[in-house]
Design a protein around this ligand. Structure first.
Ligand code: ADP
Length: 258
């Protein structure tokens, strides 16, 4: 398979961004085995915008932790951007996360007394990428401008609304140009109007930059903003639906009426 090293060491291969093959995860609580993922096989192509849905306890977080290389499966294989990652060490996974994955969380996970600019440049201090301080700053300023916070570079979280804090977190997730963004209930702490704005931002970034976005949600209104809905139940994929544009629009219109 042809591949080349991109500007930040990214492997730009031709295959899917994510491929899971028969992934299983069992937690061990003392003597008791708790099987949580029971053979998940899944492919996500580059540039997809996907919702991962399921009721509480279905295994969404466990699957997200594996996709995010925060944890390893008990068995099965995971290829991320053409690289088999299921057996990498903790250190190797940390490097991979930094280069390939941006994370967005429900509660933003910002540093309490740091400016928006500092929050966004912070992940760069862990990269192998050699950038001067002014290049870091320029990239962060560009991204904060892109998410609509160009006027708020020096603001700390306490001086920002929830939606603005999530925008800072999204800019932070994008600072290393990752091919993948994983968002765990990214609108769970926001009112409906702000949620809508944040979901539009994800849609725009997905369309503009071709970033693959996976959003974990229990909310059908959030999932309606994506192009594909993967439902997980009892640690297995129950349903996987690729929406046509027409269906997606109808779902969004129905959501607006409700
Ligand atoms: P969801 O995100 O869909 O709510 P989770 O992946 O968090 O589901 O959890 C699925 C199941 O796995 C639950 O029954 C939960 O109790 C169990 N579980 C999750 N993490 C652990 C762990 N670290 N140790 C033991 N059981 C766990």
């Amino acid at each position: 398979m042809p591949r080349f090293e991109g500007a930040n060491g990214r492997q730009d291969s031709q295959g899917p961004l994510i491929r899971l093959d028969e992934i299983r995860k069992t937690y061990h609580l003392g003597e008791v085995d708790v099987p949580v993922l029971n053979g998940v096989s899944l492919t996500i192509e580059r540039g997809e915008l996907v919702a991962l849905m399921g009721v509480s306890g279905s295994g969404k977080t466990t699957l997200m932790n594996l996709l995010g290389c925060l944890d390893r499966p008990s068995s099965g294989h995971y290829w991320l951007d053409g690289e088999e990652v299921s057996e990498l060490s903790g250190d190797a996974r940390a490097i991979l996360r930094n280069r390939k994955i941006g994370f967005v969380f429900q509660n933003f996970n910002l540093l309490p007394r740091s400016s928006a600019l500092h929050q966004v440049t912070m992940p760069l201090s862990y990269t192998a990428e050699e950038l001067t301080e002014s290049e870091w700053r320029r990239r962060a300023v560009d991204l904060l401008g892109r998410v609509g916070l160009g006027e708020r570079l020096d603001h700390e979280p306490s001086q920002l609304s929830g939606g603005q804090q999530q925008r800072v977190a999204i800019a932070r997730a994008l600072i290393n140009n990752p091919p993948l963004v994983l968002a765990d209930e990214p609108t769970g702490a926001l009112d409906s109007k702000t949620s809508e704005e944040i979901l539009h931002l994800f849609q725009e970034l997905n369309a503009e930059k071709g970033i693959t976005v996976v959003i974990v949600t229990h909310d059908p209104g959030v999932a309606a903003h994506t192009k594909r809905i993967i439902r997980i139940k009892d640690g297995l994929i129950e349903d996987d639906t690729l929406k046509t544009t027409a269906v997606a629009k109808a779902l969004m219109a129905a959501e607006a009426v409700i």
